[in-house]
Write a protein that binds this ligand. Sequence first.
Ligand code: COI
Length: 365
Amino acid sequence: MAVNQETPANPGAIGFIPAPPERMKAKPDETCLDFGKIFTDYMFVMDYADGAWRDARIQPYGPFMMDPASSVLHYSQSVFEGLKAYRAADGSIRLFRAKDNFERMNTSCERLCIPKINPDFALEAMKRLLRLEAEWVPSAPDTTMYIRPTIIAVDPFLGVHAAEKYIFYIILSPSGAYFPDGMSPVRIFVEDEFVRAVRGGMGFSKTGGNYAASILAGAVAKRRGFTQVLWLDGVRQRFVEEVGSMNIFFKVRGELWTPKLNGSILPGITRSSVIALAQAMGVKVVEKDIDIYELFELGARGELEEAFGSGTAAVISPVGMLRLQNRDLIINNFHTGPLAQGLYDTLTGVQYGRLTDPLGWTETL
Ligand code: COI
């Protein structure tokens, strides 16, 4: 099993299995798209067996036949990615830092003992799928084609070890905003009971288990009226890590602070884009350990000017309030701050092709 394969071979030509006409679906109404609920007619699939990725193909979207003993169903050996395709005003379809997603997927694969994919091949396969499904890429404001590459372990075996068979697939979901209220500031519960990840664990990997670990805390927070939880470090439960589906930023005395990547935080591609854009705007960005109690003190003194999350699905999402135990911290009077708005406008401007892209992050399909 090729766990540390450095340059996985290109699995060759991409086959095509056409969908019977009766399986083709009607396109959704773009003006009321939810996030991640509708899927297109086709998906990309390839299998891993006998030590190699093989049988790359585009086939009709549909369920997999899986043995009930498949390892992913028992031990969660899986990784995934999330990225988007954007419909520009001129009708073209644009991608944003897409290869970075496949490179990050390989980092997750290493941690989960999953054979790596060839990022160039995966990118090409995704582009072919998108070209085939181009009519599904929505054009209504703030809509995108959300893309979900995933690898699952499918050995029918109940022993705990790395599988020898995997499926890599890419599905496409025409989507609206992740948070239904768009850019309205959200209420976040600071979680000091449950933890998401610890150093040495899988926190830096994009794997289902990290999200499974977050569901209970997220559900409790939601019942209490909060949108998501802010995770603290798993040892001292004191240092800020990330929010449910986003990395987190704080504007303090004019500087932009974000938790430094420490092994238990997801290295967000939007996070790294926000850092670069803020620096280009002349804002000093500081990646460091952020003590939640000190942050509340800064807030009480009026020195915490803005807070916002960043993520592919969430884009930039302003935080209007944090609750830590019985203390509430209202941020910027529950308004979207100018830095969050400026970063949102610049980032989405580059993604949709309304602004120039000096950093070379985008490409047209
Ligand atoms: C993304 O932002 O693309 C994610 O994968 C977060 C999510 C779990 C919706």
